[in-house]
Design a protein around this ligand. Structure first.
Ligand SMILES: *Cc1c(COP(=O)(O)O)cnc(C)c1O
Length: 390
């Protein structure tokens, strides 16, 4: 007991501090049933997942997939890194399909977006590289900055003037510069001006552009390829990264890039090299959904229509709304207050969660809703009514 106190006392005190601040996290006990989750005996519509098109909850799609599987095709483990014996043909089929869809030379698949973002930047950015990153990039990208040897600076969120000042001042001192941004930002739901970023890159030779499309892949663009497709700048992006765990309803991540960059990553990217490759059956599912995703315009349009309605309702109610997407932060500020408001929505059958520091900056605790294309009009009306009453 004495030992326990000595060794774990600091953890205990830190946990108490988090609890006092309203920032202690616990793993929620949930059961799932398609679009619904049940927690504490209450069944609620899940507005906190990233299943934006409702594909992960679509049992018809699953049945169709299961009909294509034989026990030989159901390979539950790759049992190895791809560089040893884990490189099943379905990986390369998926990569060829991604490269073709984006009109790029090559693609590379990873176990998850966290691996992609913590692996690509440290691999490609050496001590002669400068990284200029948006202030609000995802934690996985921040970890990628910290793991590498490159110098990095953060520009104010979506502030192109600030970015250009940095490019002007610091880029000439380094051999190359990499601009890093998300397309739809995960916590604020707003968008990066990709077209202007591409133009800026052209003005500063030796600059590469890295874009994380985790929240836009599947959702934006005519074929669901993301904001770069929507804004017509896919060819200007050197590392276009997306994930399969959100709109696509699977798991894993990818980058589309040049053939040289792909080969370099295969040789230098540690979270690619030193990990067991995704289960082939999971990659088969990803490819199955991807082949249908390009034609899911109806679901994408539905999501846009629902998002537009909620944005309008928030404006009408005079509530602050900076988002321009299906991700809706409802700013509260205080963490304890945010928890109470989340509970109020949960009582009305909407599973909405509070987002608190350290995920977001101190004092900007918020509710975060992810809209989903499979919401009915009645559910939408009820949600709007309860949001306006918060
Ligand atoms: C979810 C997310 C990731 C991480 O992807 P995983 O596949 O869940 O590891 C990376 N970047 C952004 C912006 C994300 O929202």
């Amino acid at each position: 007991m004495k030992n326990e106190e000595n060794n774990y006392g600091y953890m205990h005190r830190e946990l108490e501090r988090l609890e006092a601040e309203g920032n202690l996290r616990r793993l929620p006990r949930l059961t799932h049933e398609g679009r619904y989750v049940t927690a504490d005996g209450r069944r609620m519509l899940n507005l906190s997942s990233n299943d934006y098109l409702g594909l992960a909850a679509d049992t018809d799609l699953r049945s169709e997939f299961l009909d294509t599987l034989t026990p030989e095709m159901f390979v539950p483990s790759s049992s190895s890194s791809r560089l040893l014996t884990g490189n099943f043909p379905v990986y390369e089929e998926l990569e060829a399909e991604l490269a073709r869809l984006y009109g790029k030379e090559a693609a590379l698949v990873f176990n998850c977006g966290y691996h992609a973002n913590t692996g690509i930047l440290p691999a490609v950015a050496d001590a002669d590289t400068l990284i200029l990153a948006d202030k609000l990039i995802h934690a996985s990208l921040i970890d990628g900055l910290k793991l590498g040897t490159a110098r990095y600076l953060r520009y104010r969120h979506n502030d192109l003037k600030h970015l250009e000042r940095m490019l002007h001042e610091y880029a000439p001192t380094r051999k190359r510069t990499i601009i890093v941004t998300e397309s739809i930002f995960s916590m604020d739901g707003d968008e990066a001006p990709l077209r202007q970023l591409a133009a800026l890159k052209q003005r500063y030779p030796g600059t590469l552009l890295y874009v994380d499309e985790a929240h836009a892949f599947g959702v934006r663009g005519q074929h669901g390829l993301g904001c770069a497709e929507e804004q017509g700048v896919t060819k200007d992006i050197d590392f276009l990264m997306g994930t399969f765990g959100k709109a696509l309803g699977s798991e894993g991540a990818f980058v589309v890039c040049s053939r040289t960059a792909r080969e370099y990553l295969v040789n230098r990217m540690r979270p690619f090299i030193f990990t067991t490759a995704l289960p082939p059956v999971s990659v088969t599912w990803t490819l199955f959904v991807l082949r249908r995703l390009t034609r899911m315009e109806k679901r994408r349009k539905r999501l846009v229509a629902l998002s537009t309605r909620v944005h309008q309702a928030l404006h009408t109610a005079g509530m602050p709304d900076l988002s321009s997407s299906h991700i809706l932060p409802i700013m509260v500020g205080d963490s304890a207050d945010t928890i109470l408001k989340a509970e109020a929505l949960q009582r009305h059958g909407f599973y909405v969660l509070p987002v608190r520091p350290p995920t977001v900056p101190a004092g900007t605790s918020r509710l975060r809703l992810s809209l989903r294309a499979d919401l009915t009009n009645e559910e939408m009306d009820s949600l709007i009514k309860h949001l306006q009453a918060l």
